[in-house]
Design a protein around this ligand. Structure first.
Ligand SMILES: C[S@@+](CC[C@H](N)C(=O)[O-])C[C@H]1O[C@@H](n2cnc3c(N)ncnc32)[C@H](O)[C@@H]1O
Length: 206
């Protein structure tokens, strides 16, 4: 099939993207690695020995960064991921009960210090539908963090500004001492993508 004008433009942008080149040089599997790297340099989220849950992990850039800093990582994605030392990988759909069960088994009663979610649905091009599907993944990630995060732990989640965004920020504020917005340089300016960082989980004890 002949490549479309948009897929050719995407390929040109991808090939010329400095973060794609840098990722190759550093041996990172994705340009997304630099988003977590920049946020972590500023916010000091990841420390050696901590337990990190990485949702939407494939191809593995965020897991690579976390493992390199000495964290133990439990990573989950719909798609397969090649092995990374220090990373336990679960292939499954985070919206389904089966994947959640596998995640709980991998946790084996431990509470993660940090939950990171870079999950994004396959974009259909219909903005309202894409926004709703993305917000749904964000809400599930928040629910997971609420149920499993260690008191005082942190939560980093990829969101897209649009319908539901402000309500989502308000919901995070109920559970975390601080909620900050991060737009790392590797996140394209034209994208409404923005990362929300919940600091110090309050663990609403009964
Ligand atoms: C932007 S990529 C993540 C990149 C990754 N953080 C990295 O550094 O390499 C988004 C990922 O979310 C995953 N994803 C989307 N919906 C999901 C779902 N329902 N359950 C699990 N993973 C999902 C996709 O398969 C995709 O790999």
């Amino acid at each position: 099939m002949k490549p479309s004008r948009t897929s050719k433009a995407w390929m040109r942008e991808h090939v010329n993207d400095p973060y794609v080149k840098l990722a190759k040089q550093h041996g990172y599997r994705s340009r997304a690695a630099f988003k977590l790297d920049e946020i972590n340099t500023r916010d000091h989220l990841i420390r050696a020995g901590m337990l990190v849950v990485d949702l939407g992990a494939t191809p593995g850039g965020w897991s690579q960064i976390s493992a390199k800093l000495g964290a133990k990582v439990i990573a989950l994605d719909l798609l397969e991921m090649d092995t990374i030392a220090g990373v336990t990988f679960i292939q499954g759909d985070f919206t389904g009960a089966a994947a959640l069960e596998l995640l709980k088994q991998a946790l084996a009663g431990r509470l993660p210090d940090l939950v990171i979610s870079d999950m994004a649905p396959n974009m259909s091009g219909v903005a309202s539908a894409d926004q709703a599907r993305s917000m749904y993944l964000c809400e599930l990630a928040h629910e997971f963090a609420r149920e499993h995060l260690k008191p005082g732990g942190d939560f980093l989640v990829k969101t897209f500004q649009g319908e539901g965004f402000q309500d989502y920020v308000a919901a995070l504020r109920m559970d975390f001492d601080q909620v900050q917005t991060r737009k790392p340089k590797a996140s394209r300016d034209r994208s409404s993508e923005v990362y929300l960082l919940g600091r110090h989980f309050r663990a609403n004890l009964p």
